[in-house]
Write a protein that binds this ligand. Sequence first.
Ligand SMILES: Cc1cc2nc3c(=O)[nH]c(=O)nc-3n(C[C@H](O)[C@H](O)[C@H](O)COP(=O)(O)OP(=O)(O)OC[C@H]3O[C@@H](n4cnc5c(N)ncnc54)[C@H](O)[C@@H]3O)c2cc1C
Ligand SMILES: NC(=O)c1ccc[n+]([C@@H]2O[C@H](COP(=O)([O-])OP(=O)(O)OC[C@H]3O[C@@H](n4cnc5c(N)ncnc54)[C@H](O)[C@@H]3O)[C@@H](O)[C@H]2O)c1
Length: 466
Amino acid sequence: MNHTAGIDAHYDLIIIGAGSGNSIPTPDFDDWSIAIIEENKFGGTCMNAGCIPTKMFVLAADTAFDAAHASRLGIDASFNGADWKAITERIFTNRIDLIAAGGEEFRRSEASANVDVYDRRASFSGPKTLVTGQGDEEKVISGDTIIIAAGARPFVPDWATGVAFHTSDDIMRLERQPESLTILGGGFIAMEFAHIFQSLGTHVRIVNRSPFLRSLDSDITEAFNDIADATYEVHKGRTVVSAAGDEHEATLTLDDGSTVTSEKLLIAMGRVPNGDRLNLEAGGIAANGTQVAVDEFGRTSVEGVWALGDISSPFQLKHVANAETRAVRHNILNPDNMVPMPHDHVPFAVFTHPQIATVGMTEREAVEAGFDVTVKLQNYGDVAYGWALEDTTGVVKLVADRASGKLLGAHYMGPQASTLIQQMITIIAYGIDLRTVPRGQYWIHPALSEVTENAILGLDLDFPEV
Ligand SMILES: Cc1cc2nc3c(=O)[nH]c(=O)nc-3n(C[C@H](O)[C@H](O)[C@H](O)COP(=O)(O)OP(=O)(O)OC[C@H]3O[C@@H](n4cnc5c(N)ncnc54)[C@H](O)[C@@H]3O)c2cc1C
Ligand SMILES: NC(=O)c1ccc[n+]([C@@H]2O[C@H](COP(=O)([O-])OP(=O)(O)OC[C@H]3O[C@@H](n4cnc5c(N)ncnc54)[C@H](O)[C@@H]3O)[C@@H](O)[C@H]2O)c1
């Protein structure tokens, strides 16, 4: 390492953020000197406060929901309450926290001899130079290559002063389950936590200015909102004017003068990229608002400085952050053969009740793009496994191009949606002609995948009979 005046250490590679960033150093980098800067826990949002713990909570919520609704199947079961302490111990004490600590230990150990860990917030103090630190000690470090993988944080509105509130960062770590919860927002986070808390026995009130999950295909949005409206105490079409209260009770005053009071308040109104906390100007790095600006290869405006994941991506999804991590790693190692950030056909699932999954265009987007579309809405309840499930609300919507037989979009709402859709992700990613799909392969009878087979056959396309 070269030591220049005012610089405590110089590295071949500096990584800011040990979420997706921690997956960068593969054995390809064994002869690089590396600094990993993480001000919080190793594993980042997905591991510590996002995808993983929420889905572990969803398992408990689904189990509670099934018990509460078991009588419709002739089963004498009931939901008698949740052991919050047991749930949080299973998720955090026995699993997540061990993995996060293990990840950090590994990077600090002899097994990662070429890696130094810094645990204080990083910010640029000059071109390719950062102020950070280790424990109480401030350190200035520089790098030939820098990867900014510093993620995003919950958006907190201006009115949230003078009221105790929670975000996805801390709501899962409450000491005890609240009797009632007001949720602000109608996006992914709001809908996943609404299902979790309501199914576990908390009374959930949701305040949102628009329909829930409004970015989905309108048929799915509408069907989902019908269910959500009947499940939760809903205050839709409203915004918050003011808020007051403490950890025992929080009251919101809405724009129609009404009030909503619950024991706890969860703000789930989107996530803000952390670019504004990095003093990017000092590093000469261009930004779009709080988002680090990158080109199609993940390069920022400064040569040798890259960005990936929630801080720079058009998608705030872990599978996208992972794919961008692979692309940036490849591009750094293969500057003459770079690959673009993989942003085609990005799917996602919302693990609420019912589960939702989607890939590709909505019907409206496909029409606006000029396609001659054929559309099929297929009820789960019209195929054999849907009957077995006694399902009355599950639906698949496919949008296809009549001329080419290509799938343009697939939208699922119902049991196993996040798994069922994978077949459609393959079809759209590989551009498979839907006309060859129903009879070119077997469909296991009576599996739920027959809902997909029937949806495809319902499209106005010419299918071979055998
Ligand atoms: C409640 C919730 C549920 C989610 N569920 C899903 C899901 O089911 N599926 C899905 O695909 N996505 C989900 N997501 C989104 C997913 O978590 C993110 O897209 C993903 O974690 C982004 O990864 P990242 O590496 O870009 O950022 P992060 O994982 O956020 O990592 C960034 C790291 O940088 C650190 N950091 C930030 N600034 C600095 C600094 N200046 N100095 C030092 N360190 C810094 C942070 O502490 C953090 O550890 C969910 C998110 C939330 C909040
Ligand atoms: N299963 C998953 O993949 C998953 C789960 C959770 C989170 N995530 C990721 O995290 C991101 C953030 O989730 P989120 O639910 O916080 O955001 P979101 O963008 O999905 O939803 C934000 C909600 O807040 C409302 N809102 C925003 N600003 C407002 C304002 N000023 N006044 C009133 N209402 C306002 C919006 O109408 C919307 O309902 C998601 O977009 C997603 O990318 C993914």
